[in-house]
Design a protein around this ligand. Structure first.
Ligand code: C2E
Ligand code: MG
Ligand code: MG
Length: 414
């Protein structure tokens, strides 16, 4: 029989480390690879029952115990991070051996996120704890992420701002959780130190119910992108939602379709097993086209900024990854990664040369800008880039049609 949830039982559970973290896998939608997990607390209560946070966190919070719990869970998370280091994620299978790392800003392994509340930040002890862990080299900044809900931040901006900035300055990513439920203005959002927006699962689940709801998700993804933040979707429960999110450029996702929250042991097995989260390749090809257009726009923006002397650093307008090797750009991650599964289509292989060319030309263009080249030189370079971009778009459209033509048609009456 289960004990009732009383304060006494809760205190004893905390003392006996019965509150444990479960791990829900996060997947990179660009590559289909497992890139980490969100840690979610569970209470192994009684003999056969596991309580979810909604059933006991309110009591933890109202009795002023949340802060102690967060510190306890952070220690558990750190042990998990260290323990998972030897566990190499099985990447989506492709014919290429030397794949680029899964994340756009790559680090060696998995990244685990923990949920925190405003009080955790306002007291500074979490950020002090993280600073000490990083300083001692126990964990790397890229291995840890912090999640805080939009509504909690928005009603406590003054109390949490300094600590958020402090944590971000340490290189630890900060995710705005349940985005879409807290009424943040665009202006506010752009001033807060978030690296990612986690689209609320209600928003994700509702998107199949009307065109309007679909547009809401689409705009949230573009908003994240325009603000230079990663978009992460929660609550992906079906393949069709997964495919929609890929086709609209959402970068990361989690949900029952990809994996439920699970024990650390099960997560370890999950990471080291093969999964097929390929999803819609058509959606990825469509994104590749849009990325090319954005890439061109980036160059034009950079030229415009330097012409008007606004003092905007080129870095800040350049597409993330543009300045690194071609395989790390958004297009490259797709082409040299999971896109390779399309290499049975002859047109796919025609993409590589112009892709390398357009990337090299873009880099050269930025260099020339920094050297203050004349308008005539820049114009000539941009004309060349336009030709390359147009050629690539034609190839990508041909590939799209080839994929469509190779799909078995839906049989009549189904
Ligand atoms: P959250 O941070 O937004 O976490 C996502 C919640 O959605 C989790 O519920 C997860 O199990 C659930 N979920 C994930 N994918 C799906 C899906 O496809 N369908 C459905 N229906 N649900 C999905 P959970 O674990 O019950 O946690 C609820 C909330 O409790 C969390 O929401 C978070 O705000 C809070 N929480 C959980 N663990 C902690 C913790 O360690 N510390 C703090 N401060 N809060 C926590
Ligand atoms: Mg969360
Ligand atoms: Mg959430």
């Amino acid at each position: 029989m289960n004990e009732p949830v009383t304060l006494k039982a809760l205190e004893r559970a905390m003392h006996n480390d019965e509150l444990v973290l479960f791990y829900q896998p996060k997947v990179c939608l660009l590559s289909g690879d497992v890139i980490g997990a969100e840690a979610l607390v569970r209470w192994a209560h009684g003999e056969a029952s596991v309580l979810s946070p909604d059933e006991f966190l309110p009591m933890v919070e109202s009795n002023g115990l949340l802060h102690d719990l967060t510190l306890q869970l952070l220690d558990q998370l750190v042990d998990a991070i260290v323990g998972l280091r030897d566990c190499t994620p099985v990447k989506a299978e492709t014919p290429i051996d030397s794949l680029p790392p899964v994340n756009l800003e790559a680090h060696s392994g998995l990244s685990l996120s923990i949920n925190v509340a405003p009080n955790d930040l306002a007291s500074r002890s979490i950020s002090n704890h993280i600073a000490a862990l990083l300083q001692a080299g126990t964990i790397q900044a890229a291995e840890l992420q912090i999640e805080i809900t939009e509504s909690a931040v928005m009603s406590n901006v003054d109390r949490v701002y300094d600590d958020l900035v402090r944590i971000k300055d340490m290189g630890v990513k900060i995710l705005m959780d349940d985005f879409g439920t807290g009424y943040s203005s665009l202006d506010r959002l752009s001033q807060l130190p978030f690296d990612a927006l986690k689209l609320d699962q209600g928003m994700v689940k509702r998107m199949g119910t009307s065109l309007q709801n679909l547009d809401v998700v689409r705009s949230a993804i573009s908003m994240a992108r325009e603000l230079g933040m990663t978009s992460v979707a929660e609550g992906i429960e079906s393949e069709s939602v997964y495919n929609f999110l890929i086709a609209h450029g959402c970068e990361e996702g989690q949900g029952y379709f990809l994996g439920r929250p699970m024990s650390l042991t099960d997560f370890r097995t999950f990471v080291t097993s093969a999964h097929d989260f390929e999803g819609s390749q058509i959606g990825r090809v469509h994104q590749a086209c849009l990325n090319l257009l954005r890439f061109r726009k980036t160059l034009v923006d950079a030229a415009f900024c330097s012409r008007v002397g606004e003092g905007v650093a080129l870095q800040s307008v350049a597409e993330p990854g543009l300045q690194s090797e071609v395989a790390r750009t958004r297009l490259g991650v797709w082409y040299f990664g999971i896109g390779q599964r399309l290499n049975a289509h002859p047109v796919f292989n025609e993409i590589e040369a112009p892709l390398r060319q357009v990337h090299a030309s873009g880099l050269k263009f930025l260099e020339e800008l920094e050297r203050n080249q004349t308008v005539a030189v820049l114009d000539q370079q941009l004309a060349e880039i336009d030709q390359q971009v147009n050629r690539l778009i034609v190839l990508l459209h041909t590939l799209e049609r080839a994929i469509l033509a190779s799909k078995p048609g839906r049989s009549p009456g189904r």
